[in-house]
Structures are given as structure tokens and as C-alpha cells.
Design a protein around this ligand. Structure first.
Ligand code: B12
Length: 212
């Protein structure tokens, strides 16, 4: 679809000013919101490859991220389906030292769409903050931690360890994710669940919450 390709290109080129109109147009032309979202995710993959190959640098990654965020804002109402808050409360954040939030934001958006009330702690979240936020919201069912850098995988491990030591551990489920995370790592650090993407995270969260 032409609109999907255009949206992809605008993210890769970091054209935040043009993307709102392009996404709106693609939707008006009957474009599928999920397909448009997936094209933006693939665009970020291309940006990552270009960065790795030294073709672009941090500022270009940043403008691509901004463009994606703008595009996602337009898509958000088209992806939401569930009744807000009905499925329970989720705390989410990107771990200490890590500033990547696009994936975490998508997970938060999908969880909201699945009917969860999401408390989003943002990026660079100290491990204690996850615990304090639970203590202030003891009706929370799931805590989600995201890490995008191999160098912040230890911070993810520490955050999960602190949650695992907490007196309320049996009352919550801990989910982890992010590009470098694997099922094996999730098992090793004692998380309850890992999924590869935002849609499967929301699905898994629903299953976990229903079984609690
Ligand atoms: C955009 C970007 C940035 C932006 C971030 C802007 C923002 N607001 O997020 C900026 C410019 C700030 C940035 C900075 C850096 N970045 Co960067 N960045 C990226 C890039 C291109 C895209 C990330 C992204 O948004 N992907 C799209 C989203 C949708 O995917 P995702 O995050 O993986 O999320 C999905 C899943 O993982 C999952 N998920 C995510 N969280 C969770 C949580 C749970 C609970 C679950 C279940 C699932 C889940 O669901 C999501 C949706 O499906 C990646 C390359 C890549 N392909 O990942 C590099 C990349 C992650 N960055 C990298 C690097 C090296 C850096 C810097 C160190 C660069 C530097 N020299 O300064 C800094 C570090 C800053 C810091 N302290 O965090 C490397 C990491 C390498 C490594 N092995 O760790 C990558 C892989 C690029 C590369 N190929 O080299 N970056």
C-alpha cells in the first residue's frame, strides 16, 4: 500500500512534521492501523541498522524516533478497543540508564487497548521506583520492565530481583521485554513472563491477570 510505504520512509528520514498528515491520509484511504504501526516498527529497525553501519548518528536516530512518536499519536485512537481500566492496573517503565521509550510506549498503548489502566513511569526508572509505585497502588496486577540496551540488561535484572524480594511478590506478575531480552534471560532473572512484542505482551498480560 502506497500510504504504508510513505509512512515507513517518513520515519526513516525523521520527517515528524509530515507524518501526521501522511498517517491520516493513509487511514482515510482505508489503511489498516496495525499495518501502519508495523511499518513504523520496521522503519525503526532500518534506522538501527543504519546506525550500526555508521551511516547515521544519534541525532538522526532521535529525529526518526520523534517522527514515529507523532505517527503513533495519530494511530492510538484507531488501535484502542478495550474498556479503560477494566482489566486491572499495570505499572510500566524503562529501567535505569536506558532512555529508549518507543517500544515501552507501544506496550503501554496495547495494554490500555486491552483494558488495563497503565501507570507509566517513563524512562531511566530506578528499581526502587517500581516498588514504591506498587506500594502506592497495591491493586496493581502486573509490573512491566523494558530494556533496550545490552548494557542495561543488568539494571533489568536488578529491578526484577528487588521485586522478587518484596513482600508483595506473590500478588503481582512481573513481565520483561525489549529487543535484547530473551525467554532464557527472563527465566534466569526470575520474571514471570517475556514476550517479543507489544501485541503479545497485552495478550499475555490479560491471561496472567485473568488467572490471578
Ligand atoms: C530510536 C533509538 C534511539 C533513540 C531513542 C529515542 C526514544 N525516545 O526511544 C536515541 C537516539 C535516544 C537512542 C540512544 C542510544 N541508542 Co538507540 N536505538 C534506537 C533504535 C533505532 C530504535 C529503538 C526503537 O524504538 N525500536 C522500535 C520499538 C517499537 O521496538 P522495541 O523498543 O524493541 O520494542 C518492542 C519489543 O522489544 C517489545 N518490548 C519493549 N519493551 C517491552 C517491555 C515488555 C514488558 C515486553 C513484554 C515487551 C517489550 O515490544 C515493543 C513493541 O513491539 C534502536 C535500533 C533497534 N532496531 O532497536 C537503537 C539501539 C537500541 N540503540 C543503540 C545504542 C547503542 C544507543 C546509544 C548507546 C547510542 C549512543 N552512542 O549514544 C544511546 C543510548 C541512550 C540510553 N542511555 O538509552 C543500539 C543498542 C546496541 C546494544 N547492543 O545494546 C541499537 C540496537 C542500535 C544499533 N543497532 O546499534 N537510540
Amino acid at each position: 500500500m502506497a500510504g504504508t510505504q510513505e509512512v515507513y520512509d517518513l520515519v526513516v528520514r525523521g520527517k515528524a512534521k509530515l507524518i501526521t498528515a501522511a498517517v491520516n491520509e493513509a487511514l482515510e484511504d482505508g489503511g489498516d492501523p496495525t499495518e501502519l504501526l508495523n511499518s513504523m516498527i520496521s522503519a525503526m529497525d532500518e534506522v538501527g541498522v543504519k546506525f550500526k553501519n555508521g551511516e547515521i548518528f544519534v541525532p538522526e536516530m532521535l529525529v526518526a524516533a520523534r517522527a514515529m512518536k507523532k505517527g503513533v499519536e495519530v494511530l492510538k485512537p484507531h488501535l484502542a478497543t478495550g474498556v479503560a481500566g477494566a482489566a486491572g492496573k499495570v505499572i510500566i517503565g524503562t529501567v535505569a540508564g536506558d532512555l529508549h521509550d518507543i517500544g515501552k510506549n507501544l506496550v503501554a498503548m496495547m495494554l490500555e487497548s486491552a483494558g488495563f489502566e497503565v501507570i507509566d513511569l517513563g524512562v531511566d526508572v530506578p528499581k526502587e521506583k517500581f516498588v514504591e509505585t506498587y506500594e502506592a497502588n497495591p491493586d496493581t496486577k502486573i509490573v512491566c520492565c523494558s530494556a533496550l540496551l545490552t548494557t542495561t540488561m543488568p539494571a533489568l535484572k536488578e529491578a526484577v530481583a528487588l521485586l522478587n524480594e518484596s513482600p508483595f511478590r506473590s500478588k503481582i506478575k512481573v513481565m520483561v521485554g525489549g529487543a535484547p531480552i530473551t525467554q532464557e534471560f527472563a527465566d534466569e532473572i526470575g520474571a514471570d513472563a517475556y514476550t517479543e512484542d507489544a501485541a503479545s505482551c497485552a495478550q499475555k498480560a490479560k491471561e496472567l491477570a485473568a488467572a490471578m
